[in-house]
Design a protein around this ligand. Structure first.
Ligand SMILES: [Zn+2]
Length: 231
């Protein structure tokens, strides 16, 4: 998420109350089936109503024509991508771990590129809007937020939809610093935040061959693919 900030300040309210504060009475316009193609019941859809910009609601409405299928998918796959600019004077937080470096992410929350893209992968698998729409960077509430808050909310939504993590594969892309000494700590913390067995959480890291902003230590990016399974 491009505008999430660098700060490790923890937010005290629970993730669900934070999310509920984003709620309005306008529901998503998903098919009026008992259980829709996303695996959500109408009761659940009410709790997922969002107050994000009208353009978002309009695009959801126009793209969500009623469909005949009422089956609940046994598996759902999701992909997440995130990139942040690196600037001197900020901490580098990856997967909730403070990594020693000469620069970090300038963003609205703590700028945790890995957690942001994992959240987007979960939301994508559930067929929900992206992290920027659910936690808008225009909202001062998220300034300096620890990204673990976003993970907890995504896990709550996954659980509510009746899914659990099958497995997750993430790739960090950065030129410096070397991630190998921190990889297991990051992976272990990510597993903990997700409430998942470490054996289903995989983390890879690679450089960008000194090419472009990623390769010039001016940015950091991450990709995540996740498989959710119906509980
Ligand atoms: Zn981000």
């Amino acid at each position: 998420m491009g505008a999430m900030a660098t700060c490790t300040t923890q937010l005290s309210p629970s993730s669900s109350s934070l999310f509920r504060s984003q709620i309005t009475k306008r529901p998503f316009l998903f098919p009026p089936a008992k259980i829709d193609r996303h695996g959500f019941s109408p009761r659940r859809l009410k709790s997922l109503s969002l107050s994000h910009r009208s353009s978002v609601s309009a695009s959801v409405a126009s793209s969500a024509e009623p469909e005949k299928s009422t089956r609940t998918l046994p598996f759902r796959v999701g992909h997440g991508f995130d990139l942040h600019r690196l600037e001197p004077g900020y901490p580098l937080i990856i997967g909730g771990i403070d990594i020693p470096h000469d620069r970090g992410c300038e963003a609205h929350s703590d700028g945790d590129v890995l957690l942001h893209c994992v959240v987007d992968a979960i939301l994508g698998a559930l067929g929900l809007p992206d992290i920027g729409q659910i936690f808008p960077d225009s909202d001062p509430k998220w300034k300096g937020a620890a990204s673990s808050v976003f993970i907890k909310e995504a896990v709550r939504l996954m659980d509510e939809a009746g899914y659990e993590i099958g497995n997750l594969d993430a790739t960090l892309i950065l030129q410096r610093p070397k991630i190998s000494p921190h990889k297991e700590t990051i992976r272990s913390n990510l597993s903990k935040l997700l409430g998942a067995d470490p054996s289903v959480v995989n983390l890879k890291a690679k450089t960008h061959e000194k090419v472009d902003s990623l390769g010039e230590n001016r940015s950091i990016a991450a990709h995540t693919v996740i498989l959710l399974m119906k509980k």
